[in-house]
Design a protein around this ligand. Structure first.
Ligand SMILES: Nc1nc2c(ncn2[C@@H]2O[C@H](COP(=O)(O)OP(=O)(O)OP(=O)(O)O)[C@@H](O)[C@H]2O)c(=O)[nH]1
Ligand SMILES: [Mg+2]
Length: 144
């Protein structure tokens, strides 16, 4: 079987940065053996976030999600490694932090605050196509 090195776009969301968990997320990425290709703390403009979450544009939680994601700085990360896309999704845990498995980032460090499911500390790309699309949005200079 051939394994190819992938890249993924990871975000520490505003709740994670505000709670001082950016370093802990980076620690878990590195401890798993993935390589950091880019790391940048930044305030994301709404138009960038609307592109990033375009797949959810028709969902009722789209506007609150963009509000939340623009409420403070995010840590944008590109990490690489064999099967890093599914590997990081596994590290992150399931979307709802209240029920995410212990041992995962969301399960160990997250909980429900004011909006159900929304503040779940991290984002991770869900496919090779999403990863390359998201990397082109956040880090245009890394486009291959
Ligand atoms: N307010 C609210 N936010 C939601 C809800 N469902 C999802 N979200 C938020 O929208 C994000 C994107 O949803 P999904 O793509 O389905 O979840 P995900 O792939 O686990 O999370 P991401 O890695 O951030 O894309 C979630 O991570 C949450 O922050 C919801 O029902 N209500
Ligand atoms: Mg998603």
């Amino acid at each position: 079987m051939t394994v190819t090195t992938e890249r993924t776009l990871i975000l520490v969301k505003p709740d994670g940065v505000a709670r001082g968990l950016a370093g802990e997320v980076l620690r878990r990425i590195e401890a798993k053996g993935y390589v950091l290709e880019a790391v940048e703390l930044r305030r994301a403009p709404r138009d960038l976030l609307e592109l990033h979450y375009a797949e959810h544009a028709n969902r009722p939680f789209f506007a609150p999600l963009v509000d939340f994601m623009s409420s403070g700085p995010v840590l944008a990360v590109v990490a690489s490694g064999e099967r890093v896309i599914e590997g990081f999704r596994s590290l992150a845990g399931t979307t709802d932090p209240t029920t995410a498995a212990p041992g995962t980032i969301r399960g160990d460090l997250g909980r429900t605050w004011d909006a159900p499911v929304q503040q779940n500390i991290v984002h991770g790309s869900d496919s090779v196509e999403s990863a390359e699309r998201e990397i082109s949005i956040w880090f245009p200079f890394l486009v291959r």
